[in-house]
Design a binder for this molecule. Structure first.
Ligand code: DGT
Ligand code: CA
Ligand code: CA
Ligand code: ZN
Length: 577
């Protein structure tokens, strides 16, 4: 169905004509045509085939000819003619929310602005103010529009993509025409940032499926709507691609569109060596299709185990799968509790009761209350006596809870000199101690490494939280020698955290794999400040899986007794000077 493509062409023609200052009658006729096509419920190709385009009220001979030309040749000469002499940069400018063709034309005439760079410079130099029709409010809107446009061009964190996908899948899941639906691309591989969201569906009524996709709640722009593929932009700025394939090709397409590209290239080489061919349509021996309905078939026919999507980065997974020795990756259902959470005693929102209740709902057996320590004033860190009160309060509540334990914990600050923010005789009273760096980021690699190692050597410290301090797309993190840190972690029985908060995901996948290789235990924790953030554990499990981790590598898969024993063991034996 080409309705959306044709609509977009007419809209673009109208915009460029307006930019060029053509008379408004012609411009309006293209806008009108675009609107009429947008309202059609039938496939425009079908109508054209029957020669009935001019039967549509508002579509004249000239418009009909252009539609037919596009359907037959894939080109529209009027469009190409109109676009002549207009730079891509200028077209981009018109895509910025708040900037229409008229404003862009005026900016070009008055200030010689051609593209985004020029516009940003002019804004910075305050040149826009005072131009015709441009007041403070308009300038504010343009700045906001540029921001929105830029985020729409960037990669987003997987934690931002996740809720969007959830909403989309929920919207489409109940469409009876869809047989099968799955996410693909970097999202299915749980990569920490996502360029665009890929969704794959199968079903027979392709046109209807695509129509319900482009009409979904949250769609702000239709980028393309073809016969089997459609791309839209949603209100959060990210692009979403939907491909609809045949039922018997679903597995092959899922394999292909999950990627990564590097993984797929390697698989195709292996197929070739075996005299086979794989594509998004199936796996073939000569002309004969020998599989493709299920993704598993592709891997099986190629002589290897099915490879979980998170491993598909061509980092050795194919060779290991050929030997049949892939790890049994950790799953959410292996997780028995969350070991880093904040309550309303420091800078969190929930009460202990609310935390426990939500944790039980998630199927957990325990949850650590790890509020901040006194030096972290911005986070309302607990004073010594407040920690003591917190401990008493948790003890009281635990007596009431059945089959569930709130663990007495803290996120104690590692101060700039490497000492901890609470004395040992306080830490001793806790079940579990999480320690982390929140200050002195610029101290340099050697000093920071020393600080962290000093904390790891404390017999009460069990977990180092967000070990590198990075914030995705916002902050690099401090410099730290993780090899050295890991060495001391192994020696002392101290775990490193995968902080699941969507903008941290720290440790990352590569460092997790390194940790596993040298024998460091991992904790997967959310750092939730609100119960509605506890779902992010799924993001951390994704990172762990990308780091090849199994349940046995992760301390919060342990039973509460085993976990407590893990912590006590360090106090008794693990501390070496
Ligand atoms: P992204 O969107 O940048 O986060 O990364 P992906 O991996 O989702 O990439 P995307 O959306 O461009 O394409 C989805 C998948 O489709 C990709 O992982 C593998 C497959 N694919 C796309 N283009 C090619 C290609 O040219 N060759 C191969 N082998 N696979 C491709
Ligand atoms: Ca993608
Ligand atoms: Ca894509
Ligand atoms: Zn925290």
């Amino acid at each position: 169905m080409k309705n959306q493509e044709i609509l977009a062409l007419f809209e673009q023609i109208a915009n460029v004509l307006e930019l060029k200052g053509e008379n408004s009658f012609r411009i309006n006729s293209y806008r009108k045509a675009a609107r009429i096509i947008g309202d059609l419920t039938e496939d425009i190709e079908e109508i054209a085939r029957e020669g009935k385009l001019t039967d549509i009220p508002g579509i004249g001979n000239g418009t009909a000819e252009k539609i037919v030309e596009y359907i037959n040749t894939g080109k529209m000469s009027k469009y190409e003619e109109v676009m002549k002499g207009v730079s891509k940069e200028t077209i981009t400018l018109m895509q910025i929310p708040g900037l229409g063709p008229k404003t862009v034309a005026m900016l070009n005439k008055e200030l010689g602005i051609v593209g985004l760079n020029d516009l940003e410079n002019a804004l910075q130099e305050g040149k826009l103010k005072g131009l015709f029709g441009i007041g403070d409010k308009k300038i504010e809107n343009i700045i906001k529009g540029i921001g929105l446009f830029k985020t729409s061009q960037q990669r987003i964190s997987i934690g931002m993509a996740y809720p969007i996908v959830k909403r989309i899948m929920e919207g489409l899941r109940y469409n009876p025409q869809i047989k099968n639906i799955q996410t693909a691309g970097s999202l299915r591989r749980m990569k920490e940032t996502i360029g665009d969201i890929d969704i794959l569906a199968s079903g027979t009524e392709v046109t209807d499926i695509i129509k319900s996709f482009v009409n979904m709640r949250g769609v702000t722009q239709i980028l393309a709507a073809g016969d089997t593929k459609s791309s839209v932009r949603v209100e959060e700025g990210v692009q979403v691609d939907l491909r609809v394939v045949r039922e018997d090709e679903f597995g092959a397409a899922l394999q292909y569109f999950t990627g990564s590209k590097e993984h797929n290239i390697r698989l195709r080489e292996i197929a070739k060596r075996k005299g086979l061919k794989i594509s998004e349509y199936g796996i073939f021996k000569g002309e004969k299709k020998i599989g493709g309905r299920l993704e598993e078939e592709i891997y099986k026919i190629l002589g290897m185990e099915w490879i979980p999507p998170e491993l598909r980065e061509n980092r050795g997974e194919i060779e290991v799968a050929e030997e049949g020795k892939l790890p049994k990756l950790i799953e959410f259902s292996d997780i028995k509790g969350d070991l880093h959470d904040h309550s309303n005693w420091s800078d969190g929102i929930p009460t202990f009761e609310e935390m426990a209740e939500h944790a039980m709902k998630m199927g957990y057996k325990y949850l650590a209350v790890s509020d901040h320590s006194k030096s972290l004033h911005v986070a309302n860190g607990l004073k010594d006596e407040e920690l003591l009160e917190e401990i008493e309060e948790i003890d009281r509540l635990n007596k009431k809870l059945k089959g569930f334990t709130l663990l007495k914990a803290t996120e104690v600050d590692i101060k700039t000199d490497g000492s901890l923010d609470f004395p040992d005789n306080l830490l001793e009273k806790l079940d579990l101690v999480v320690a982390s760096i929140h200050s002195g980021f610029k101290q340099g690699r050697e000093k920071i490494t020393e600080r962290m190692i000093a904390a790891i050597r404390n017999p009460y410290v069990n977990i180092i939280a967000h070990p590198t301090g990075r914030l995705i797309s916002r902050r690099e993190g401090y410099e730290v020698d993780l090899d050295k840190v890991m060495e001391v972690c192994v020696e002392t029985g101290t775990a490193l955290e995968i902080n699941c908060f969507y903008d941290r995901l720290d440790l990352n996948d590569i460092n997790c794999r390194k940790a596993k290789d040298v024998g460091v235990m991992i904790a997967i924790s959310t750092d939730a400040h609100h119960v509605d953030q506890m779902w992010m554990i799924e993001l951390g499990v994704g990172v762990a899986r990308r780091g090849w981790l199994e349940a046995k590598d992760v301390i919060n898969t342990f039973t509460v007794d085993k976990l407590k024993a893990f912590c006590m063991k360090k106090r008794k034996f693990g501390y070496k000077i």
